[in-house]
Design a protein around this ligand. Structure first.
Ligand SMILES: *Cc1c(COP(=O)(O)O)cnc(C)c1O
Length: 370
């Protein structure tokens, strides 16, 4: 029986030739490729600036610094996310203030934001989870009313739109990530996008040891980091971005096959897309409502089908519980969703028959527990 893994990157001849080209150029860092990648990305999402970095997490970290957050400031964010969307705040001593999520989209529920705003609240860090944008109309209007900045963690949502606008381009700054399981990959890599020159200038300096923008090699204006992307990764970014829409469409097709096959069963909840948005399918996540999620995963694995419980909630991670005294019940919807969700295999190369095969297994197993 063939192994059906959860995710894998799509790499073709153009990608391989692009990386070889970077290797042969003799310029392995700070060459032409990262600039080209930045121009292409700014053009793709429709922002003035893009600043490529070594991964999504450091992109978020720089963004937190560049919008001026300080130790003990508070930022409203989602507990149903990958750990790095709150770690980037903790790196700077900023306090994440979690709000519960919408049961339908798994994104931050705007109705809980205002009751969590205090004198110390400075920003909202929106996570567009799984490839689906959050309810940005409501979030933007709350931010405007309370004079809060907005960072968009779009690391899972490159290519998704809200009212026609790209996720990641609606606040002060957005970040995309290019780990191999994302919509496109650079191996490791990330990019910050913004329309604000000041934010971009700061990110450009901070990623390169705090050097000034005249790029005097040994003059450092501020405390900075080495968060640069290398030329091989950037070359891969260039060729991957050229086929990003094609890759997203392939995943949309696979998602539609899953939807068809898995809709209409009592204990299986398929993904729902909120009004005015498009989904770019970082992962295809279903919910199992009859308590058999873990059993299902085990039995699928015996059949060589690999799935993952996306995602454990952040506030119940061991170090977070210790730091902030969180306990079970603090964010009940996120906890319930998290106990039921399961990411299914999703990568280019899966065909309709594969999806039918996986879906039939799921249906048969889940039914046993109804
Ligand atoms: C992938 C991801 C990141 C950043 O990941 P890196 O591995 O650092 O590139 C940040 N936030 C979310 C929600 C993610 O899924």
């Amino acid at each position: 029986m063939k192994k059906i893994q959860l995710a894998k990157p799509f790499i073709d001849k153009n990608d391989i030739n692009g990386v070889i080209g970077a290797l042969k150029s003799g310029k392995l860092s700070l060459g032409p490729k990262y600039k080209k990648f930045e121009e292409m990305m700014a053009d793709y999402v429709g922002t003035k600036y893009a600043c490529a970095v070594s991964n999504g997490t450091c992109g978020l970290h720089l963004t937190v610094k560049a919008i001026g957050l300080r130790p003990r400031d508070e930022v409203i964010t989602s507990p149903f996310s990958f750990i790095s969307s709150s770690n980037c705040l903790l790196f700077e001593g900023v306090i994440p203030k979690f709000v519960d999520i919408e049961e339908k989209t798994y994104n931050m529920d705007p109705q809980y934001i205002e009751e969590n705003i205090t004198k110390k609240t400075r920003a909202i860090l929106v996570v567009h989870i799984f490839g689906q944008p959050a309810n940005m109309d409501k979030i933007l209007s709350i931010a405007k009313k309370h004079n809060l900045k907005i960072i968009e963690d779009s690391c899972e949502s490159l290519g998704a739109t809200y009212k026609g606008q790209m996720a990641g381009t609606m606040g002060q700054a957005g970040v995309y990530a290019f780990y191999p399981n994302k919509q496109m990959t650079t191996g490791e890599g990330g990019i910050i996008v913004t329309n604000e020159k000041k934010i971009n200038d700061l990110c450009v300096s901070l990623r390169n040891q705090g050097r000034n923008n005249q790029n005097d090699w040994l003059i450092h204006d501020r405390l900075g980091y080495n968060y640069r992307i290398d030329e091989m990764s950037a070359a891969l970014g260039v060729t991957q971005l050229k086929k990003l829409n094609w890759m997203i469409n392939k995943k949309r097709k696979i998602a539609s096959w899953y939807n068809q096959a898995l809709t209409g069963y009592k204990s299986i909840i398929v993904p729902e897309i909120g009004a005015n948005r498009t989904h770019s399918w970082f992962v295809y996540v279903i919910r199992i409502a009859n308590g058999s999620r873990n059993k299902l995963m085990e039995e699928l694995e015996k059949n060589n089908i690999y799935t993952r419980p996306y995602l454990p909630v952040i506030h119940l991670q061991p170090f977070m519980k210790k730091m902030f005294n969180f306990s079970r019940g603090d964010f009940p919807i996120a906890e319930k969703v998290s106990s039921q969700t399961l990411a299914l295999p999703l990568y280019i190369g899966l065909n309709k028959k594969d999806i039918q095969y996986i879906s039939n297994k799921i249906i048969t197993i889940v039914k046993k527990y109804d």
